[in-house]
Design a protein around this ligand. Structure first.
Ligand code: ADP
Length: 420
């Protein structure tokens, strides 16, 4: 098709000549040489369309422009009465040859000698008057000039493209280096997090165990020592929760073992354990979940997710308020909503709320503690169940986090990374 496209301009020009012939040059088709020229052009067009050129290498199609020059030579030598010299059409095959991969000297030779040779029979048949000799000599110089101009432009373009290509390759290489550096850094960060959290957990568990023992034997302790031990116990437990979150977020896989579970009892248990925190923050807890509410979930993991959402709802309601957990069903999905009327967030913050280590600027500047890990872990847990989590929030009015979980069925495979 490309070969046929290259042949198209000359074919169109000669078709126009043939169409104009009956009115303009009635003798055109009476000349046997001209008929032979048109027959040759028709044969060349058919060859362009029918020959599988790709089989014969990149230079084979160049036979067509060379034979075009022969056809032009025939038309010119026909010397039909009133027909202007069609030698200028030689520019078209010359353009084709110039655009090919032939060497520079070969291109320039064909561009000059091809058109020159088309003029010889024309001069011999029609008479060698000075103006015809001048025309025959001028034409090869014109086609040579066209070929040189085209080659120079092509070389400039190729140079520019090569420079851009090199710049593009260099950019790609740098980007690859940066991306692999970033991936290595992320992996190293996860390694450090995982090791440090693991190393912290063992002494912390021992501290909490000993504090529990000391507090269980509290009748020998003064009121002040008791208070101090309780503060130490609370903070050690907070530290252990943080270390557990860090450890979990550094491990790329969250394993879930789903089974038929009553969500209502999980919500009740989570609200029960948040009771003291809520009371201290003057937050009223309420629950509107029909019991039993069956779902196909891992009870431990979903309790962890609920604990996170409920403790956030209390934590981010610093002036007290109401936290409500409700439920609904949609087809084979169960929806759990954890709603508060606390601080809320801006739309921009809400978009990033499930990203690891994200804390909204308002919260970061304040005194509410946190590491920005709870929601990313919650999201990973819910997604491992084949569910989803969403956040609907308005700054100053409160937030609602909705968990969508499968009522029945199978949970997806564990193999994908939980924290992309
Ligand atoms: P943490 O609470 O430890 O900072 P989370 O991942 O649980 O980490 O939450 C990430 C951030 O999302 C919080 O720092 C807070 O800015 C925002 N956020 C989460 N829950 C709420 C909520 N109920 N109300 C307002 N902001 C919230």
């Amino acid at each position: 098709m490309q070969v046929a496209l290259c042949q198209l301009p000359l074919t169109l020009a000669m078709t126009a000549v043939a169409l104009a012939a009956p009115g303009g040059w009635p003798g055109l088709f009476e000349s046997g040489v001209c008929r032979a020229a048109f027959a040759l052009l028709l044969a060349l067009l058919m060859a362009c369309l029918l020959v599988p050129w790709q089989r014969f290498g990149p230079y084979a199609p160049l036979a067509i422009p060379v034979l075009d020059l022969a056809a032009i030579c025939l038309v010119r030598s026909g010397s039909v009465e009133g027909l202007p010299d069609l030698g200028i059409l030689a520019v078209l095959p010359v353009l084709w040859v110039t655009a090919s991969r032939l060497s520079g000297p070969a291109i320039l030779s064909i561009s000059f000698f091809g058109p020159l040779l088309t003029g010889l029979p024309w001069l011999l048949n029609g008479g060698s008057t000075p103006d015809r000799i001048a025309a025959a000599v001028l034409l090869p110089f014109i086609t040579l000039a066209v070929a040189i101009a085209l080659r120079v432009t092509r070389q400039q373009l190729t140079g520019r493209l090569t420079t851009q290509l090199h710049a593009g390759c260099e950019r790609e290489r740098l980007l690859n280096d940066e991306v692999s550096g970033l991936i290595d850094a992320l992996a190293a960060k996860d390694d450090v997090l995982s090791t440090v959290s693991h190393e912290f957990r063992t002494p912390l568990t021992s501290i909490i165990g000993n504090l529990d023992l000391a507090l269980s034997d509290s009748e020998h302790l003064s009121a002040q020592a008791l208070r101090r031990l309780e503060v130490a116990q609370r903070n050690a437990e907070r530290l252990l929760a943080l270390v557990s979150d860090l450890l979990m977020s550094a491990n790329s896989a969250v394993h879930v073992h789903p089974l038929r579970t009553d969500l209502a009892s999980l919500v009740e248990a989570s609200l029960g354990s948040a009771h003291a925190h809520a009371q201290a923050s003057q937050v009223t807890l309420s629950m509107e979940v029909p019991a039993p509410l069956w779902a196909h979930v891992d009870p431990l993991r979903i309790s962890q997710a609920l604990d996170n959402l409920i403790s956030n709802a209390i934590k981010y309601s610093p002036n007290g308020g109401n936290v409500r957990v409700s439920a609904s069903t949609e087809g084979d999905r169960v929806l759990l909503h954890v709603e508060d009327d606390g601080l809320g967030m801006t739309a921009t913050d809400a978009e990033r709320v499930f990203t690891r280590f994200f804390r909204s600027p308002a919260v970061r500047d304040g005194s509410i503690p946190g590491a920005g890990l709870g929601l990313s872990i919650t999201k990973a847990i819910v997604e491992r169940h084949g569910g989803s989590i969403s956040c609907n929030t308005l700054l100053g009015s409160g937030s609602t986090f909705t968990l969508e979980l499968p009522a029945k069925g199978t949970a997806p495979a564990y193999s994908q990374p939980a924290f992309p």
